[in-house]
Write a protein that binds this ligand. Structure first.
Ligand code: NAD
Length: 263
């Protein structure tokens, strides 16, 4: 039996993280780097992702690569994979974390907005994973995790573009898993509401909406980015080496409403 240190030792493993300048992606990068991995941080926000990469390398002493990548542009994803191989020579794991969705009522979307949400939340993950597969297949316990959402497996008409794209992501991951064992493992996280600073407001959440959601969460708080980073590390680690094609829900116990009369 392995020790906990052996299970979570990412030394010599190269891990690409998308959306790595964001709240969850940057914490995943920090934690996985602290466990010994070579971390490739990719994000549209070039200045921020490069700064975070430099900071993490200083903190942990382990190598990072920060790179501007627009995950809606296949050419840029190809360049990311090439740069990763040039710098580190291997790809052991991928965290398909990039994603975003605005609040749009059910019948107020259109073709462009529906397609844009799909490109960012679903297609970007498909393309990055597809391009990494030849390298992942060469690795021991290769693993890919995806940032799914509660809105992708429950009806969410107020986030119609984002929820539809995230629902597609979940089934895509299941298909990847059944076709790619035993070489590569694929799992999704179903993430509940996580405090990511200003992004929640940009997505259309007001403080009142957030307070209402928190009241209903079993563990009575929003998630922290590190709550998700820890779950990602588990799914990538040797502790999860017999887990594939599944979804791990990380949502503070979900939203609970009593079925009994309250007055
Ligand atoms: N925060 C939550 O409550 C929550 C809940 C469920 C699921 N998720 C999912 O978790 C993931 C991370 O969320 P977060 O809260 O850290 O978000 P965030 O807004 O903090 O970070 C998202 C990052 O993605 C980057 N980005 C946006 N468009 C891009 C593009 N085209 N190419 C490359 N990078 C791009 C942004 O620059 C940003 O750094 C997302 O997939 C999100 O859908 C988050």
């Amino acid at each position: 039996m392995k020790t906990i240190q052996e299970l979570y030792d990412f030394t010599d493993k190269t891990i690409i993280i998308s959306g790595a300048a964001g709240a969850i992606g940057s914490e995943a990068a920090r934690f996985l780097s602290s466990l010994g991995g070579n971390i490739v941080l990719a994000d549209l926000n070039e200045d921020k992702v490069k700064q975070i990469a430099v900071d993490i390398e200083k903190e942990t002493g382990n190598a990072t690569l920060g790179m501007k990548t627009d995950f809606t542009d296949e050419t840029q994803i190809e360049a990311l994979v090439t740069a990763t191989i040039e710098k580190f020579g291997n790809i052991s794991a991928v965290v398909n974390n990039v994603g975003w969705g605005a609040n749009t009522p059910l019948w107020e979307s259109n073709t462009e907005k529906m397609v844009d949400a799909y490109k960012l939340n679903t297609l970007g993950a498909y393309n990055l994973t597809r391009l990494c597969m030849p390298y992942l297949k060469k690795e021991n316990n290769a693993s890919v995790v995806f940032s799914g959402s509660m809105v992708g497996n429950t009806p969410s008409p107020e986030f119609i573009e984002y929820s539809t794209a995230k629902a597609g992501l979940l089934n895509m991951v299941r298909s990847m898993a059944v076709a790619s064992g035993p070489e590569v493992r694929f799992n999704s996280l179903i993430i509940g509401t996580v405090d990511n600073g200003a992004s929640s407001e940009e997505a259309g959440y007001t403080q009142e909406m957030i307070d209402n959601v928190v009241k209903g969460i079993v563990l009575k708080r929003r998630g922290l980015p590190e709550d998700i980073a820890y779950a990602m590390a588990f799914l990538l680690s040797d502790a999860a080496s017999w887990i594939t094609g599944t979804e791990l829900t990380v949502n503070g116990g979900g939203v609970y409403k009593t079925k009994m009369p309250t007055s």
